[in-house]
Design a protein around this ligand. Sequence first.
Ligand code: 9G3
Length: 574
Amino acid sequence: MRMSELFAPTLREVPAEAEIASHKLLLRAGYMRKLAGGIYTYLPLAIRVLQKIEAIIREEMDRAGAQELLMPIVQPRELWEKTGRWDVYGEEMFRLQDRHKREFCLGPTHEELITSIVAQEIRSYRQLPVALYQIQNKYRDEIRPRFGLMRAREFIMKDAYSFHRNEESLDEYYRRMYEAYARVFARVGLSARPVEADSGAIGGNISHEFMALAPSGEAEIAYCTNCDYAANVERAEALPPPAGGGSEAQPLEAVDTPDKHTVEEVAAFLGVEPQQLIKTMLYLADGEPIAVLVRGDHEVNEVKVANLLGATNLTLADPDTIRRITGAPVGFAGPIGLKEEIPFYADHAVMAVERGVVGGNKKDTHLINLDPKRDLEPLGVKAADLRLVVEGDSCPRCREGKLQLARGIEVGQVFKLGTKYSEAIGAVYLDEEGKTQTMVMGCYGIGVSRTMAAAIEQNHDEFGICWPVAIAPYQVLIVPINWQDEESRAACEKLYAELEARGIEVLLDDRNERAGVKFKDADLIGIPLRVTIGPKTLAQNAVEIKVRKGGKMELVGIDEAAGWLENWLREAQT
Ligand code: 9G3
């Protein structure tokens, strides 16, 4: 391909809304253009990258025994009503009507659809297990689409679904998919690792997310310094602290704490540690008020609370509810002396606090010397793991290591679904005895467009993209210092033809631009190998080869250049 023909409109500046590297670079380097919030056109360079990522995914899905199909994007409301999810996902679901006013959605995912297809066509245990996948656009009306392809409203996903006779068949297939995912990301050139994840509203109980580690990642993961435990912070377990010294309990006492609001202010004023403070957070769990207690230096993990309560909707109580329940202004909630009986939940660490300090349910008032055993147990408090882990927590798996936190981009997720969807849709099979059994399911997603963005997040520098070789849109970029120079042009055309003959994907910058502009564009679009040809190099009967990632330069004889490049590319992909 010649740069004078390539449709890749580069930009000098990008819109201020582009905050992270992949968003800026995909726009600046002419890979994509925004149509609307979270909706993009992939230009020719981006399509070449996406097709390489998809090719790797297809190879690994096929190797894992899954079969590719393609399902409709437009899905009828009735299907989603069978699983009750038409109403669960409110604004996030793109909905539309056809000319007869029948209601549809644009597929955000395909559990309902694939299960209805399998339910119609599979009847016997002999036909199981079966795994099916597609690579298709998905639609989710994110409240705040941002970070370019990282959180888009239309995006490309590979979604796979497997159907089994029983749990052990699912367990075996889950492991195969898990390993296939590790191979996909390794082959793409992404540094990604699996972490235990919360399976959330999707149901089922086991799930792993594949996280591409990157500071710009929206997800937060906790990993152990000593063993291979790693989990999304939403799920990472916090161990109960070792039992306290059991010092003599003192009587509860109300103290004046004028104008002291934060944990630090109250602790400093009372001359106690923040760990002695206990925060009382009031929530509405599916509309019902509850109190969750965590230590002053911890935060509530709302996913853990929602899972414990089986609540679909968990939100912090509004100020009016807080005033009504505590009889005080916001910020003084405490467990003692509430105006209404509400359920109490306390994180394990709260139950080990000695001489605790809590809100006094009265303006500028706190209670000191709270003894959890004496003062909380009579309230029927339920102790559980309800907090977010913090750096330095003991590893819940090996107990020796400490937890570290890191940010990650969720590029894949594998779920054990159980029978949630097959039950609702009626995907059943006859077993050997002719008995009707419900199929057991797994589902497995990879964010294809998000993977392209994650690859840039992990492989860029101040000058532009440094594509991993396996997914670069082209492998070699030939840059003549001066396209007008006859000798240079001839040498470029010769090398271009040699590389094409060897099946190497080559771009030739035949534009009448200054060398500096060509070099800047070369660094920006990120082709792994740049070959510079000019009078100086030709005088030595050589070309200058620059490896984009790391910047290594090599002068290579012009007759050896094609072979050198072919070898380098072969080694880079083993
Ligand atoms: C919806 C909407 C948004 C959604 C879902 C449904 C996320 C939804 C979870 C999944 C689970 C797996 C198959 C591939 C791997 C992920 N956001 N999820 O189900 F209606 Cl609007 O999509 N699906």
